[in-house]
Design a protein around this ligand. Structure first.
Ligand SMILES: [Zn+2]
Length: 154
């Protein structure tokens, strides 16, 4: 069911333009995926779930939180898009099932974006493992060098 949706989204020029930047991914890694899910639940409850939303179509910023970006990428940004893409009727409050579905779609997209991402802490840990068996000075130099390289990779 999600595969069809993600296939369709990938064919939309507008939707497929959205991606998490390195700083967004770092934020997700820092907060942990469960906290991000709580943020998503919170945002859906406050901005999307009500039967009537005065600023519908404008309630989701284009940046500032990974969930915002995921909402635009998955067409979970407003009731208009939920109707068009997910066949969820406007003019009534979202059911718990619909809220769960929307959060699941958002989290699936974030999960896909996070595939292969190595957090800064993890990189430093990996660098640490390579340093074993050398002098402290060598270790430090190598560490600084690797840190430098990672910073330039981005
Ligand atoms: Zn929208």
């Amino acid at each position: 069911m999600y595969e069809d949706l993600f296939e369709k989204l990938s064919r939309s020029k507008f939707r497929s333009r959205f991606h998490l930047k390195d700083k967004d991914k770092q934020y997700v890694a820092d907060k942990g995926i469960e906290t991000i899910r709580e943020h998503a639940e919170d945002l859906i409850n406050k901005k999307i779930a009500a039967a009537f939303i005065a600023n519908d179509g404008k309630q989701t910023p284009m940046k500032g939180h990974p969930v915002f970006i995921a909402q635009h990428a998955t067409a979970c940004c407003c009731r208009g898009c939920l109707k068009k893409w997910h066949h969820i009727k406007p003019g009534k409050e979202l059911t718990n099932q619909e809220k769960d579905y929307v959060v699941e779609v958002i989290m699936k997209w974030i999960g896909k974006e996070m595939e292969g991402y190595v957090s800064h802490e993890k990189k430093e840990e990996l660098i640490g493992q390579k340093k074993d068996g050398r002098s402290d000075r060598e270790k430090n130099e190598e560490y600084e060098q690797l840190k430098f390289d990672f910073d330039n990779l981005r």
